[in-house]
Design a protein around this ligand. Structure first.
Ligand SMILES: O=C(O)c1ccccc1NCC(=O)[C@H](O)[C@H](O)COP(=O)(O)O
Length: 243
């Protein structure tokens, strides 16, 4: 039997209707890359099986791009993971109604844990929890507010039946400095649920290093800046994780 390959999730982060990249997730640090729909379609045409689609305005509380994000999700033939500002019944219902494969809850898991637990119980595998950390401290509200200890929260979410975690080292995000492999190893040691790695991928070697963590529980990797900066193509990335 062949070992599973690392899933790749090219990212489209949307701010004010544009595809952007941030550095360390800081509002105002964005570089614009034009139409998010065109970016999403381009990743799909390049062979992506997943799209990681983030509404940054909803995450930061500076408005939202919900109708655009829904339009992009509906235009995709591939699986879509939706993130950003999904924090209550209305935003969760709207996100799930787009037909996305799953949604990421971040802030809600920290600020309204009972609501997040209910969402996990009701929607199972369609809910992933985004664990966005500096060191081992979780961050919410577009990574601006403190949200407690990573490992305590992970234990709580495991006990509530969370299906999957998306783990971002904010210090690495958008910096092209390589993923935090130690953090990912530690998270995989603390949970038996699959982990999607996010933040910092800069090279095909980074993707090969993440592939080596698949047996530990790393299921996928979100890739943003490296693709937009043309450090490699998505086709090359897909080939590298297959090899
Ligand atoms: O995902 C969120 O909800 C979010 C909220 C606030 C700021 C950033 C957010 N997400 C960013 C991403 O998911 C990035 O696209 C991803 O980590 C890729 O990082 P990189 O490859 O380093 O560009």
């Amino acid at each position: 039997m062949t070992a599973p390959t690392l899933e790749l999730l090219p990212a489209v982060d949307v701010r004010d209707g544009q595809a952007v990249r941030l550095v360390h997730g800081v509002s105002g640090s964005e570089t614009s890359y034009g139409s998010p729909l065109e970016a999403a379609l381009a990743w799909q045409a390049s062979g992506a099986e997943w799209l990681h689609l983030v509404d940054l305005d909803a995450a930061f509380g500076t408005g939202d791009n919900r109708s655009l994000v829904a339009e992009i999700t509906r235009a995709m033939d591939i699986k879509v993971e939706l993130s950003g500002g999904i924090r209550d019944d209305a935003t969760l219902a709207a996100a799930l109604a787009t037909g996305c494969t799953r949604v990421n809850l971040g802030t809600a898991a920290l600020e309204t844990p009972e609501w997040a637990a209910k969402a996990i119980a009701e929607h199972g595998d369609r809910i992933a929890i985004g664990l966005d950390v500096r060191g081992t401290t979780l961050k919410g509200r577009g990574w601006t507010s403190e949200g407690g200890d990573l490992y305590e929260t992970l234990a709580r979410l495991d006990s509530e039946g969370c299906a999957r975690y998306v783990v971002t080292d904010i210090g690495k995000d958008g910096t092209l400095t390589g993923p935090n492999l130690e953090l990912l190893r530690n998270v995989c040691a603390a949970t038996d649920r699959p982990v999607v790695a996010s933040g910092g991928v800069s090279s095909l070697d980074d993707l090969r290093a993440l592939s080596e963590l698949v047996p530990l529980g790393v299921e996928g990797a979100i890739v943003g800046k490296a693709l937009y900066a043309k450090a490699f193509t998505l086709e090359e990335a897909l080939e590298a994780v297959r090899a």
